[in-house]
Write a protein that binds this ligand. Structure first.
Ligand SMILES: [Zn+2]
Length: 322
């Protein structure tokens, strides 16, 4: 096996990339936001550009790289290399991304959804080292989960296992980006928080967050919400509490169904700290079966901002060892 792998993390607003060795060390990193929420063609271009930048930066020859691992923010059939749908990146339905990229880059490509990739990163190099059964749950723009069973990613029959975000918890609940109502993600995600704030402003409620609202409902960022909470803004506090509570409800579903030893919690919004984690743990405790409450350990992510890139590169080494 060759010594290096490239990991690419394709999110709703960025492509992040890294060149990694087998010890999990990143030798070069690169990030671009040029493609942001555009057509597949732009994203493929951004990926090609990222790979070239990593090789130039590190001075490592393409021939020394085993392959490219790709984590994608959306519902992905990893084994088939196809994007099924992405609520953050429109125009991707049934796109054969893996094979398209392998052809244009002239290298082997493996692909998984971003939450599975993150779970793999934490398992191999982060908070889950030495653990056999764990889940990684992510609270950011969306809400995702990766499942590890007996030391391996569990993708399910068509690659969609762990799609916690679109579990319906209230059939009369708010609209979700997937077209259904009342999914966990409609509450417990950056998208859900922003939607709730706009709805309450439109109902005439007062909040400091009015200054962040736009007529086209551009998403209100987590930093702004946290600032308002810290300034004592009631509406911001209530919305964040609801989001956290539903995130905790999601964790209780995970514990009830998977019975993992460990749940690693990551994602950009977890940087809010206690303002978020207090309602998360309240939601968890109030909804999980009391006998199971202490069956699991919770840990914050260890790799955090690097989880997507490290996990994607790990896919290459894992695939090779199969
Ligand atoms: Zn949904």
């Amino acid at each position: 096996m060759k010594k290096y792998a490239i990991g690419i993390d394709v999110g709703g607003t960025k492509v992040a990339a890294g060149l990694m060795d087998q010890a999990g060390e990143l030798l070069a990193t690169y990030k671009t936001t040029a493609h942001s929420e555009r057509e597949p063609g732009y994203v493929i271009e951004a990926i090609e550009q990222s790979c070239q930048a990593l090789l130039d930066q590190s001075g490592i020859a393409k021939e020394e790289v085993q392959g490219i691992g790709l984590g994608f923010a959306g519902t992905v059939n990893g084994p088939a290399g196809v994007v099924l749908i992405s609520s953050n990146l429109p125009a991707w339905n049934h796109m054969p991304l893996r094979d398209t990229l392998a052809k244009s880059l002239g290298m082997p490509v493996v692909m998984e959804n971003d939450a599975n990739v993150a779970a793999l990163a934490e398992l191999r190099y982060g908070a889950g080292q030495g653990v056999k059964n764990m889940c990684y749950v992510c609270f950011s723009t969306g809400y995702g989960m990766g499942i590890v069973i007996n030391g391996q990613i569990y993708s399910g029959h068509t690659g969609t296992a762990g799609e916690l975000s679109h579990v319906v918890v209230d059939v009369h609940g708010p609209d979700c980006t997937c077209g259904k109502k009342g999914c966990l993600m409609a509450y417990a995600s950056g998208i859900g928080i922003s939607r709730a704030i706009y709805e309450r402003i439109e109902r005439g409620e007062d909040t400091l967050l009015k200054q962040d609202a736009t007529p086209d409902r551009r998403r209100i960022k987590g930093e702004a919400v946290l600032k308002a909470v810290q300034a004592g803004d009631r509406l911001a506090g209530e919305v964040l509490h609801t989001a956290g509570y539903y995130f905790g409800l999601g964790l209780s579903i995970v514990v009830q169904i998977i019975n993992p030893e460990l749940i690693v919690i990551g994602g950009g919004l977890t940087k809010m700290g206690d303002a978020l984690m207090q309602p998360v743990m309240q939601g968890y405790r109030e909804t999980v079966q009391p006998e199971l409450q202490d069956s699991v350990k919770f840990k914050p992510c260890a790799l955090c901002d690097q989880v997507g890139v490290v996990g994607a590169a790990s896919l290459v080494f894992v695939e090779e060892n199969k």
